[in-house]
Design a binder for this molecule. Structure first.
Ligand SMILES: O=C(O)c1ccccc1NCC(=O)[C@H](O)[C@H](O)COP(=O)(O)O
Length: 318
């Protein structure tokens, strides 16, 4: 359990500071989480790029959930989630701790419905295929743009395979983390430093308090420094983030710089879209690789070959 919770702050206090954080961000940041309590004013968000548009859409969704739930029910749900943390049978951080001393990085395959009409059972069958191909863990996309039944997908896949299953969404509010925990996942991707700003550490420590692995996506060492002080130990790097938020020079090279300067004992996950990115990330010391759905789609006709090449890469036999 990390700092925010070691300090014995109640979950209510934590949530309140998260709310305050959302409000302050609304005035100052480029990407603005607007998931606030039912009594908050709707916030104005400048949609400057695709990520900020996505966050705006997500904020509207979360805000409507919060309105429906009400403040008291929300606090009760969060409190009972902390009181009964998840104890998933397969954990990514445990797996990484086993593999890294052997010189091996963990391979996470991203799973997404190929069309909205795909069923949960079909997705579960695909999950089993990925595990048979060599995936050490799976990441299920649950955003409403990817599936009409994100949490059901997560629930079904988590029960279908004997590897860690993480959700991928855009996380801006603790309620989303509670739902992911209740769906039986072992973790969540989507806590993004650039989106959550000063609330990042709170959201991350809340996920940890619920027993989930939740790497925080970072784009520079300044973020790492601040988060490390707050006790964050799991970092994510999305190599293609430079494309979506136009950071000049953000590339595998910058990822290399961040990976080389993570705090002692920290673990890392790097999202890749090609074998070349996977190779660079492994050489730079990534503890785990997220094989993104775009890459899997590109190798649709040669999944076995892709997987074999990845196995060579992560064992360092490349
Ligand atoms: O997407 C990754 O590569 C990634 C790697 C490690 C931790 C988190 C990661 N993604 C979380 C995100 O929410 C993405 O940054 C965001 O969805 C944008 O993703 P994309 O459109 O695939 O660049």
């Amino acid at each position: 359990m990390n700092k925010a919770f070691r300090c014995k702050r109640s979950i209510t206090q934590t949530f309140k500071s998260f709310k305050g954080h959302c409000k302050s961000l609304s005035k100052t940041r480029r990407f603005i989480p607007t998931a606030t309590s039912p009594d908050d004013e709707p916030l104005q968000i400048p949609a400057t790029n695709s990520l900020s548009k996505t966050i705006k859409r997500k904020s509207v969704q979360v805000q409507s959930q919060l309105l429906e739930l009400g403040q008291e029910n929300l606090e009760e749900r969060m409190q009972s989630s902390v009181a009964m943390p998840a104890n998933p049978p397969y954990r990514l951080s445990t797996l990484i701790a086993e593999l890294v001393p052997q010189g091996r990085s963990a391979l996470l395959f991203e799973l997404v419905r190929s069309s909205p009409s795909m069923t949960c059972d079909q997705l579960a069958a695909l999950a089993k295929q990925y595990v048979a191909l060599g995936a050490d863990a799976l990441v299920v996309r649950i955003d409403s743009e990817d599936t009409p039944e994100g949490l059901k997908d997560l629930w079904t896949v988590s029960r279908a395979v004997k590897v860690p299953v993480l959700a991928r969404d855009y996380l801006i509010h603790p309620l989303q983390v509670v739902e992911i925990k209740e769906s039986g996942a072992a973790g969540a991707l989507g806590v993004i430093g650039q989106v959550n700003g000063r609330g990042t550490a709170v959201l991350s420590s809340f996920a940890a308090a619920l027993g989930l692995d939740a790497p925080v996506e970072v784009i520079n060492l300044l973020e790492v420094e601040g988060l490390a002080k707050a006790g964050v130990v799991f970092y994510g790097i999305n190599i293609s983030v430079g494309i979506s938020i136009a950071i000049p020079g953000f590339s595998a090279d910058l990822a290399h710089g961040i990976l080389g300067h993570l705090p002692f004992g920290a673990i890392s996950l790097v999202g890749v879209r090609s074998l070349e990115e996977a190779r660079k990330a492994k050489l730079s010391g990534a503890d785990s690789l997220l094989i993104k759905s775009e890459m899997i789609a590109q190798h649709q006709d040669s999944l076995h070959a892709m997987s074999m090449q990845l196995q060579y890469l992560v064992t360092g036999d490349d």
